[in-house]
Every structure is written in C-alpha cells, then in structure tokens.
Ligand binder design. Structure first.
Ligand SMILES: Cc1cc2nc3c(=O)[nH]c(=O)nc-3n(C[C@H](O)[C@H](O)[C@H](O)COP(=O)(O)OP(=O)(O)OC[C@H]3O[C@@H](n4cnc5c(N)ncnc54)[C@H](O)[C@@H]3O)c2cc1C
Length: 403
C-alpha cells in the first residue's frame, strides 16, 4: 500500500495566487486523492481496471460539473477546476483523465451546447458523477485530422441514424451517456448526438495493452444503424466550430494535468531522496541528485504558472486557441522531462509502479499525445506566431500566408 508523501512543492508561494474557494477545492480533492486513491490505485493500474469503488467518493467531491453553473453543477472557477485536475493527477493520471473526459468533455458539451430539456434532465446527475459520460470524436482513420470525421448521421422519421466507428474513447465501454460527433449527411457539417446506454446500435470494446493511463477504459465504438431521437440531437452544434468551443476549455484542463503528474513525481522523489541512503549518506546529500530534483521543481513552477495564466486569459474572455496550444504543448514537453528525471532519481524503484513515479512516467505519454498531439499543438502555436499554417500540406506547393 502506498502512503502518499505530503505536498511540499510550492517553492514560489504560488498558493497566494489562489482564491479561498480555489484553495478549498484543492484541499478537498487532495484529501480524497491521498486517502482514497493512493492506497489502492497502483493495483488497479497493474490490472488495467477502472477503480469503480472510488465512484461514490467522486460523487461526493463536488467537482463533476466543472465550471458549469446551475442544474446541480458547482460552477468552479477555471483555476479551481485546474486544482482538481492537478490534485487527482498528482496521485493518479487515470483519475484525472476520468474527471477531464466526464466533466470537461461530455458534461461540458451538454451544458454549453445542449437544449434546456437536455440540461435539465442530464446535468444534475452528470454534474455529480451519478451518470458518467464519454466524448467520441476520434475515429480509426481520423485522429489529428478529427474535423474530417467520417461517422454519418442520416435524417429519418423522428430522429437520426448513426453509422461509423470511433476509437480511443475514454469511459466508452461502461458509461451511461456517449456524446457522438457525426457528419450530417444532408449538410455535410459536423453535428453531435447523445447516445444512451443500452442503445442496440452502440457497442464499445475495451482497448487492451495500453502502457499509459491503464485505469481509463478506452473504447473502440461501433455504431450500426444507431437510432437517436430528435430530442437527443445537441442543438447548439451546427459545425466543427462548435466542437472547438468545448475543446478550447478542455485543453486548459489538459494543460493543468501534466502539472499534477509532475507534482506527484516530485513529492515522491523529494521524500525518497531523504529516506534512501547509499555510501553512508542520504541520496539527498549528493550534488547530482539535488540538481535533478531542483530542475524538476523549477519546471513544475513554470508549468503551473503557464496553466494559471492560460486559465486567467480564458476567464477574462481573451484566450486564443493558439495560446491554449502553446501551453498544452509546452507543459507536456516539460512534464515529460520532469517524470523522466523522477524515474532516474529512484534508481531501480523508478520502474516499479507501486512507487507511482513509473506510473506517472508512463501516464505522461498519453497526456503528450491526446487532445492534440504535441506536434499538432506546437503547429497551432507556430501558426499563431508566424501567421502561416503548416498543419496541412499546401495544395499548390505554395505556402499560404494568413492575413
Ligand atoms: C489515452 C488516450 C485517450 C484518448 N481519449 C479520447 C477521448 O476520450 N475521445 C476522443 O475523441 N479521442 C480520444 N483520444 C484520441 C486522441 O485525441 C488522438 O490520439 C490524438 O488526437 C492523436 O491522434 P492519433 O492518435 O490518431 O495520431 P495521428 O493523428 O495518426 O498522428 C500520428 C503522429 O503524426 C503526427 N502528425 C499528425 N498530423 C501532423 C501534422 N499535420 N504535422 C505534423 N505532425 C503530424 C502526430 O503529432 C503524431 O506524432 C485519446 C487518445 C489517447 C492516447
């Protein structure tokens, strides 16, 4: 059983930037993560199982509705939700992703773009993890190029028929509500639909053999003549531009997530270096060890500040997609360095999952590649600074310069 070390990582007094409410969310989620998640999670990770016994705890935590307000949702500030994402991630990356997918993709889509009836029906339960959602955009042939998705939605009497396949969808094998993104066969535009558990046209098979976020159940979804009534089409989605409204917010949370993993690895290492002795002295007394530990800490402080500033820009209505991509890309890049240093500091124990650093090391790989890979986010940020998009190959061989 892993006893999680105390949080001793606030080298620059960043806590002072938080409001009392944000500190309270942080402390509440930290308590839950340290006492309920930490003792059991390595075992679930090894077995690649979702920790269902933790769901009642999530239901009491008061974070499921993220930044949505009303309909039973808690209306967290973006920074407050970021604190929840990092405190979960500090102990376990999969639990942080469970929160992200459910709250900042599925629930957020209903809250931001759903009808009044959909919000009234679903948000009180989704906002408290009593019903769990997944969010299905990616397809086997469309990952980074998600807006070219091929799943179809055909209009029929009283509703829509969906056909197609989705891949990598977190929570899909067991959740209650699936948000499915599909192309309207008439307009050619991307629309979104609510597919409920038990729909005979929906099946989801768990993806096996992941080396990261092993507790998250990612699914391969097949939609076969899946009927969805008109009342379950999400009316606020007219095109992929609306998908981007959700992604803009969820990307901020994905910028916070690597901070959490990195903090957990740092706290583990800081304790370990004090406790473990070699050559008659604690590892913490060796210069090379100290250099690595402080480099982890410096990276984390910078990552935290980047995510904080991004959150503040969003709350002020000023954040751009390019800024979100800049921070997501950079935080996962630095996050990778932090967990790699942590893995080195623990020597052989750095590759054992029960010390949690190896787990964070593996989980960071998923953060690096989901919600836009490092490369694609870097190119969005690059477009922001140059005005030239390098994401799609130029058709004519000539580079298009944006105005
Ligand atoms: C653990 C995990 C959980 C996920 N959860 C969900 C989920 O819940 N819902 C969902 O819809 N999706 C989910 N995804 C999908 C995720 O968003 C995609 O994996 C991601 O967008 C990348 O797509 P891909 O894996 O198909 O890679 P590809 O798009 O095939 O990319 C492969 C490589 O090519 C590079 N590349 C691609 N295009 C360019 C370009 N223009 N320029 C330079 N390099 C390029 C990429 O950066 C990458 O290195 C999840 C993925 C993972 C790994």
């Amino acid at each position: 059983m892993t006893v999680f070390p105390p949080a001793k990582h606030d080298a620059l007094g960043l806590e002072e930037l938080l409001t009392p409410e944000e500190r309270e969310v942080r402390d509440r989620v930290r308590r839950f993560a340290e006492t309920e998640i930490a003792p059991i999670i390595a075992d679930y990770w090894e077995r690649a199982e979702f920790p269902f016994p933790l769901v009642p705890g999530f239901q009491k935590l008061g974070i499921g509705g993220g930044n949505l307000k009303g309909y039973g949702c808690q209306g967290l500030s973006i920074v407050g939700a970021g604190m929840a994402a990092i405190e979960l991630g500090r102990v376990d990356g999969s639990c942080s992703t469970f929160f992200l997918v459910h709250s900042f993709l599925a629930t957020l889509t209903v809250g931001l773009l759903g009808s009044e009836e959909q919000k009234r029906e679903l948000l009180p339960d989704m906002g408290n993890f009593r019903k769990v959602g997944c969010w299905a955009l990616t397809e086997p042939s469309n990952g980074s190029d998600a807006s070219a998705l091929q799943t179809t939605a055909r209009r029929v009497e009283g509703g829509w028929v969906l056909n197609g396949r989705k891949r990598w969808i977190g929570n899909a094998p067991w959740c209650d509500i699936a948000i499915i993104w599909a192309r309207n066969s008439e307009s050619g535009q991307v629309n979104a639909f609510i597919v409920r558990k038990g729909n005979p046209g929906y099946s989801a098979k768990k993806m096996e053999n992941k080396i990261a976020l092993r507790c998250v159940q990612n699914g391969d979804i097949t939609l076969t003549d899946c009927f969805v009534p008109d009342s379950d089409r999400i009316p606020g989605v007219a095109s992929f531009n609306d998908t981007n409204k959700v992604l803009a917010i969820s990307r901020i949370m994905v910028a916070w997530q690597p901070v959490g993993l990195a903090l957990g690895a740092y706290d583990m290492c800081a304790r370990y270096l004090q406790q473990r002795r070699q050559f008659g002295a604690p590892l913490a007394s060796f210069q090379l060890m100290q250099e690595k530990l402080q480099r982890m800490l410096a990276n984390i402080q910078a990552m935290w500040l980047m995510a904080y500033r991004l959150s503040k820009l969003y709350e002020a209505g000023k954040m751009t997609h390019e800024q979100a991509s800049l921070v997501k890309a950079w935080n996962t890049l630095r996050g990778r360095e932090v967990v790699a240093l942590g893995r080195e500091l623990l020597g052989g124990n750095g590759i054992l999952s029960e010390f949690l650093v190896a787990k964070a090391f593996a989980d960071m790989e998923a953060y690096y590649s989901y919600e836009g890979t490092y490369e694609v986010n870097a190119l969005v940020a690059g477009r922001g600074v140059t005005g030239i998009s390098a994401i799609k190959p130029p058709r004519s061989g000539r580079v298009q310069v944006q105005a």
